[in-house]
Design a protein around this ligand. Structure first.
Ligand SMILES: *Cc1c(COP(=O)(O)O)cnc(C)c1O
Length: 456
């Protein structure tokens, strides 16, 4: 890992354990992460496929166990952690299986964690990360604005299991410190936050949590869980910045093509057993066919897609910022971004370069007597634009536009205390791989149609 543009490491952290199979043949220094995401391990001890150029797709619900003796060993060993160099004894797809196992190794590597456990969706991964650690009576601290379904999980479901959630400004050291009562077991957040891309300072949260953890026995410690869906491991590694556990949807930028649903939890080896047990019993398991697509198409192309989309995001952000009809543009790469220092510290790619991401957020200037101009702009685009599609989700090869207030964040805006935090006029754009000038052309046409040509 390059230390260029280095950020202060989290206090009390040990460097992530590198799996040796991700090193080059022999023991020469590691190749770049970009190269590793293409080749993974030259040879996985999950499965002997040394004559395949492409890792094979396993599609077997159940596995031959040979003898009751070997079967008994499989059940005893399940969930005890993968031993390097020793092929696991597979039992049944929902417990563990080779194609998904290879993806999990590569995802753990990408996030600089020790282990990864993959789930059927990002939401299944988030649920597992929380319920495999918190119990009835525990509290979760979080931010007021969250991905809509996570917000709903925290407000509609977790309380039924006796887990209460409280939202606060996690960048406010004093308040966070005060709220870390003995019942708190998890601090959960996204950074960048969906949809307006404000950031949470992961290192700051870790410093405060370390103080609260100092007197606690290991089983009572607070864990910091970060949803890294927006930045992806290519653009930010929360574990190296102070998070204990990373969760993310694979459906978005990691998948990249919009064909598969998936999620993953990455963290230290000690969380693996509970996650595998949770997945075994709750059942939200990632299908091998989807795992194979993430392994073969998604991860290997992530760096090149991300960099290209990011370049386009910067171009479009600059265009919008220069347009007098736009009230504000939020993109971490812009000089005007309020947390630009933090962005430069946290959002860094594998080579140490600033990685402001592939999403942007903007609002139109208020027109007197027309509070719905933003929505009308989106509707015009939905009907007339060749390059932009009105749809939820993000991180695909096609540019997607959406209206958070009425769509992805309706769980917040219809109920609850956070409604006022989502702007009715806000527009979220997820940049695809189209040429930037083509997107700008369609945006210009829509702005002219809805707001009239700019006054100069
Ligand atoms: C999409 C998304 C999720 C949920 O992922 P699914 O794969 O759709 O379940 C969670 N967090 C964020 C930030 C997301 O964008």
């Amino acid at each position: 890992m390059s230390t260029e543009g280095s950020h202060p490491g989290p206090p009390e952290s040990t460097p992530p354990r590198r799996r040796k199979a991700h090193r080059g043949k022999g023991q020469e220094p590691a190749y770049s992460e970009k190269t590793h995401l293409i080749h993974g391990r030259n040879q996985s001890d999950r499965w002997d496929y040394k004559h395949h150029v492409v890792p094979p797709l396993s599609s077997s619900v159940t596995f031959r166990l040979d003898s009751t003796d070997r079967a008994a060993r499989a059940f005893v060993e399940f969930g005890k952690g993968h031993v390097e160099g020793k092929p696991p004894i597979y039992i049944y797809d929902r417990l563990d299986e080779p194609t998904r196992g290879m993806l999990e190794e590569n995802l753990a590597y990408a996030e600089e964690g020790e282990i990864g456990v993959a789930f059927a969706s990002g939401m299944a991964a988030i649920t597992a990360a929380i319920l495999s650690w918190a119990r009835a009576g525990d509290r979760v601290l979080t931010c007021p604005v969250l991905y809509g379904c996570t917000y709903s999980l925290f407000h509609n479901w977790l309380p039924r299991f006796g887990i209460e959630c409280e939202a606060l400004d996690l960048n406010d050291e004093e308040t966070l410190s005060r709220k870390l009562t003995p019942q708190v077991r998890i601090v959960y957040f996204e950074t960048p936050i969906n949809p307006d891309l404000s950031l949470i300072d992961i290192g700051l949260v870790r410093r405060v949590v370390d103080r609260a953890n100092a007197g606690r026995p290991p089983q009572d410690r607070i864990r910091i869980l970060v949803d890294n869906t927006f930045a992806t491991p290519y653009g930010q590694r929360p574990l190296s910045l102070g998070a204990h556990v990373v969760v993310e949807s694979l459906t978005k930028n990691i998948g990249g093509f919009g064909t598969e649903l998936g999620g993953v939890v990455v963290g230290p080896a000690e969380i693996e057993s509970a996650l595998l047990g949770f997945r075994k019993d709750f059942g939200g398991v990632l299908s091998t066919k989807s795992a194979w697509a993430f392994l073969v198409y998604g991860l290997p192309t992530l760096p090149v897609r991300y960099r290209q989309q990011q370049e386009t995001a910067m171009k479009v952000a600059r265009f919008l910022e220069a347009d007098p009809r736009i009230d504000k543009v939020r993109y971490p790469g812009l000089e005007s971004f309020p947390q630009k220092e933090l962005a430069r510290r946290q959002m860094v790619d594998y080579e140490g370069r600033f990685a402001p991401g592939t999403l942007l957020y903007f609002c139109l200037k208020d027109l007197p007597g027309d509070p719905h101009a933003g929505q009308r702009l989106i509707d015009f685009i939905a009907e007339n634009s060749y390059t932009m599609t009105l749809a939820v989700s993000l991180g695909q090869v096609k540019t997607l536009i959406e209206h958070p207030y009425s769509m992805t964040h309706s769980a917040l805006t219809c109920t609850g205390d956070s409604a006022h935090l989502v702007e009715p006029g806000g527009i979220r754009l997820s940049l695809g791989l189209e040429k930037g000038e083509d997107l700008i052309r369609d945006l210009k046409e829509a702005l002219d149609a809805i707001l009239g040509p700019p006054e100069r």
